[in-house]
Design a protein around this ligand. Structure first.
Ligand code: SF4
Length: 677
């Protein structure tokens, strides 16, 4: 039996694990004891991360659709149809009539190639990926306040925080290794504040659990800052020396005394005062958040308010503090870093910046478009209007992950050409005209970047199944077929060298330097040791900028017809659209089907009993699923995990967007629930 050290393919914790290979097959997994995140531990998904690789449902050869049915095809036939189709659409309708969706599950090298394919080969900036749906508000919100849109500190540092504020993150289920560090901090005497409408597991261990009404985060954050200023708990020196915009912030938060914040959020005013004191008096307070903060029409305001709170108390630029957005997918940080976004090249260099554009034009020997492209949701809308006619999706499943799925399906069905590159015939791939079989994480080389900006190696343990190929090879074939000669890579390491030459934050990295547990960016030079925490001494943008926000209600609030707030999320046993975890026996056994959480008070009023079939509807659709009657949700709130296509939560969610980050409001919409007849 061979053991191959690699990086987990599920969440952004980035655990390292050994894939156990025997006779060309994966037979198990064991954790790495030395890895700075894993430390000999894995969550249930990591332990099971080998089974789906050999699923009989894996795509083993290309498919093309004819007469409404798929037939097997050679690589030559499938690539011919994909490339010719995309080129024809561009000839007839212009360069921007096609778009590309990259993947937070694929490697950094593959994301870099996808954005290079879109920009350098097909001449469009219409390239985006699912970070738009999870943390685009983080990228915008933290870039404008701090100058860098990433987790400021490292996972291990949480152990030494003396106050940890967790909001909008079901940490123990979705980022178990982060939760494990929070538990270590608790054992050392740290205070834990959880602010979440749901009674998540971590809330049971918290010194304070405050249950805000979904979509009211700006109000409690402003309330906290009001109390901190009223009681003189702000860090005057930090504010004076390291920040700008303080007077404006002071003016705005003056209007949020605890009583007003309580009225908006439903959190008792005394609890707001106690929690604000706890955070404001700590020596090293860390703020941890995830999609409960970002997936709102006020996502950017929420993130900026988190940044304001940290700056107000001097909790940035020091170990064990900071603003720590937990990135969801294994490589969502990397996909953003590598420029799979419509407005930036790798390293967040703006496509509108002539100097950056000239650099990439010189390297790629092409002329590049200078206008930002469309985002994921805008691409779907443009496809629905017939403006985007060709779409190339790598490793994403918008038919389950995007809001308002009915509209997504209509949009995808209107396309003249849909090319999907994936490891399974997902719900999205089923709508494609051409399907290209990619390789799983265990079948290829490359790098992933975890949530703490750690760039780590992915190592091949087994050969790709059937005729499938690593995604970087497929993208290279597509590019070469167009006649473009800038894709002659022999290995992912070649691609990484190009990334390094064009991306200052990765500038000092190489595969050799990544061997021992990777490096955290920024790592600008060959002798730079990497950066465990950001903004030491100076923010990436110079001075930290307070950008205050006023509270704005969610785009859709309950009314007589839809009297409940529906919020969505994940469960411990599944990952994202379930394409891998729902093909893993242990995980499927633990969590086989969709459910809606409803409070005992609401269930009683509606005559709904535990495990009874119910219908949940919003203005966009309805689904049938099982009821779970639980105090985990407060009265008036429903929770549905979004993994289950047969009862897809995203048939119901609201596609209303944050005006700046264009993230949809997946965490709040109005809904109704009733017993199935
Ligand atoms: Fe670690 Fe996340 Fe993988 Fe679990 S899913 S083993 S926490 S990287």
């Amino acid at each position: 039996m061979r053991q191959v050290l690699t990086t987990c393919t599920f969440c952004g914790c980035g655990c390292n694990l050994y894939l156990l290979e025997e006779g060309g097959k994966l037979v198990g997994v064991s954790p790495s004891r030395e890895h700075p995140v894993s430390q000999g531990k894995l969550c249930v998904k990591g332990w099971q991360s080998f089974e789906f690789v050999h699923s009989p449902e894996r795509l083993t050869h290309p498919l093309v659709k004819e007469g409404g049915h798929f037939r097997g095809a050679s690589w030559d036939q499938a690539l011919g149809r994909a490339v010719t189709g995309l080129q024809q659409i561009q000839q007839e309708h212009g360069r921007d009539a096609i778009a590309f969706l990259s993947s937070a599950k694929c490697t950094n090298e593959e994301n870099f190639l996808m954005m290079k394919l879109a920009r350098a080969v097909f001449g469009t900036n219409h390239v985006d990926h699912c970070a738009r749906l999870c943390h685009s508000s983080t990228v915008v919100g933290l870039a404008s306040t701090f100058g860098s849109g990433a987790m400021t500190n490292s996972i291990a540092e949480l152990e030494d925080s003396d106050c940890i504020l967790v909001t909008g993150s079901n940490t123990s289920e979705q980022h178990p290794q982060v939760a494990s560090r929070i538990l270590s901090a608790l054992r050392k005497g740290a205070k834990l504040i959880v602010i979440d409408p749901r009674a998540i597991r971590l809330a049971r261990l918290a010194h304070l659990h405050l249950r805000q009404a979904p979509g009211t985060d700006v109000a409690w954050l402003n309330g906290f800052m009001h109390v901190i200023l009223r009681e003189g708990l702000e860090d005057r020196d930090f504010i004076e020396q390291r920040t700008e915009g303080f007077e404006q912030l002071k003016k705005v938060v003056a209007n949020y005394p605890p009583e007003r914040a309580a009225q908006i959020t439903g959190i008792p005013p005394d609890d707001i005062v106690t929690a604000a004191r706890m955070y404001g008096q700590a020596k090293a307070a860390a703020l941890v958040y995830s999609m409960g903060i970002t997936q709102h029409t006020t996502g950017v305001d929420n993130v900026r308010s988190c940044a304001n709170l940290a700056m107000l108390t001097g909790n940035v630029g020091k170990p064990s503090t900071g603003v720590n957005p937990l990135r969801g997918q294994n490589n969502v940080q990397g996909a953003c870093d590598l420029g799979a976004l419509p407005d930036v090249y790798s390293g967040y260099q703006k496509v509108t910046d002539p100097e950056a554009r000239e650099k990439f034009e010189a390297a790629w020997k092409v002329t590049l478009p200078g206008e930002p492209g469309l985002t994921v949701v805008e691409i779907m809308e443009a496809a629905g209007r017939g403006e985007i006619r060709g779409l190339y999706i790598m490793g994403e499943n918008p038919m389950v992950s995007d809001p308002d799925i009915r509209h997504v399906e209509e949009a995808l069905s209107r396309l003249e050409l849909l090319v999907v590159q994936d490891i399974f015939l997902t719900e999205t791939a089923q709508l494609a005209h051409v399907v290209l079989p990619g390789a799983s994480f265990a079948e290829k080389e490359g790098t992933f970047t975890n949530t703490e900006r750690r760039v780590q190696l992915v190592r091949q343990a087994v050969a790709p199944v059937g005729d499938s190929l690593p995604d970087w090879r497929i993208l290279s074939k597509v590019a070469r077929r167009t006649g473009y000669d800038g894709f002659s890579y022999d290995s992912p390491s070649d691609i990484f060298d190009e990334i390094v030459s064009l991306t200052p934050i990765y500038g000092g990295m190489s595969y050799e330097r990544l061997q021992a547990w990777g490096l955290q960016w920024p790592c600008p030079s060959k002798d730079h040791p990497g950066t465990p925490y950001l903004h030491k001494g100076q923010f990436s943008r110079g001075l930290g900028c307070f950008i205050p926000a006023e509270y704005k209600p969610p785009a859709e609030v309950p009314d007589d017809e839809y009297p409940y707030i529906l919020t969505t999320g994940r469960v411990y046993f599944h990952w994202h659209t379930g394409s891998m975890t729902r093909r893993t026996a242990v995980l499927l056994r633990e969590s086989p089907s969709a459910f809606v959480e409803v409070s005992p008070e609401d269930a009683k009023g509606l005559g709904i009993r535990e495990r009874e079939r119910v219908k949940v509807a919003s203005r966009r659709g309805e689904i049938e699923l099982e009821a779970r009657v639980t105090t985990d949700v407060p009265p008036g709130v429903l929770f549905i995990p979004f993994h289950f296509y047969e009862a897809a939560a995203n048939l119901l969610t609201n596609p209303a967007l944050d005006p700046i980050a264009k993230i949809p409001e997946l965490k709040v919409c109005a809904a109704k629930i009733e017993k199935c007849q």
